[in-house]
Design a protein around this ligand. Structure first.
Ligand SMILES: Cc1cc2nc3c(=O)[nH]c(=O)nc-3n(C[C@H](O)[C@H](O)[C@H](O)COP(=O)(O)OP(=O)(O)OC[C@H]3O[C@@H](n4cnc5c(N)ncnc54)[C@H](O)[C@@H]3O)c2cc1C
Length: 133
C-alpha cells in the first residue's frame, strides 16, 4: 500500500498490538492495518480462552507475560474509545504443568528457577499434593 510507512496484514492481537506500539512509540510513523474480516469472527484472538501463563523457561517470554498481566489491570481504561470499554476477559486461573519423565522434570525445574528469579509466584507440587488439591 502506497503512502504508509508500515502496512500490517491482519488486525488480530498481534497485528493490532504491533500497530498500537508503533504509534505509541513513534507517533509520526504512518501505519495501516489491513484486515480481511472486520467482524473478526474467525480470528484466533476472539476464540482465545483468555488464559495467560507465566511458566516459560525463556526470560523474554516470562517478561512478556508479566508485562501483559500488568497491562490487563488497566486495559479497559487505556483502550477506551468514545465510552466503549473493551473487556479482554482474562482468566486468572493458574496453570498446571506435568513433568512426565526425568528430562521434563529437569526442564521444569530450570523454568521454575528462572520464573522465581523474575519474581513469579510459582509452586512445585508433587503427585500427592496435586491429588489432595
Ligand atoms: C480456541 C482457541 C483458544 C485459545 N486460547 C488461548 C488462551 O487461553 N491463551 C492464549 O494465550 N492463547 C490462546 N489461543 C491462541 C491465541 O488466541 C492466538 O495465539 C492469538 O490470538 C493469535 O493472534 P494473531 O493476531 O496472531 O492471529 P489472529 O487473531 O488469528 O489474527 C489474524 C488476523 O489476520 C487476518 N488475516 C489473515 N490473512 C489475511 C490476509 N491475507 N489479509 C488480511 N487479513 C488477513 C485474519 O482475518 C485475522 O483477523 C487460543 C486459540 C484458539 C483458536
Amino acid at each position: 500500500m502506497a503512502g504508509y510507512d508500515v502496512v500490517i496484514v491482519g488486525g488480530g492481537a498481534m497485528g493490532s498490538a504491533a500497530a498500537y506500539y508503533l504509534k505509541s512509540l513513534a507517533g509520526d510513523v504512518s501505519v495501516a492495518v489491513v484486515e480481511k474480516d472486520p467482524s473478526y469472527e474467525y480470528c484466533s484472538t476472539l476464540r482465545s480462552d483468555g488464559n495467560l501463563r507465566i511458566q516459560f523457561n525463556l526470560e523474554e517470554n516470562i517478561r512478556m507475560s508479566q508485562y501483559t498481566l500488568e497491562l490487563l489491570e488497566s486495559f479497559a481504561d487505556d483502550m477506551e474509545i468514545d465510552g466503549w470499554r473493551p473487556d479482554p476477559a482474562p482468566k486468572r486461573q493458574g496453570n498446571l504443568f506435568l513433568a512426565e519423565d526425568d528430562e521434563a522434570r529437569v526442564h521444569a525445574e530450570a523454568g521454575m528457577a528462572a520464573q522465581r528469579a523474575l519474581g513469579c509466584d510459582v509452586e512445585w507440587l508433587d503427585g500427592a499434593t496435586i491429588a489432595e488439591r
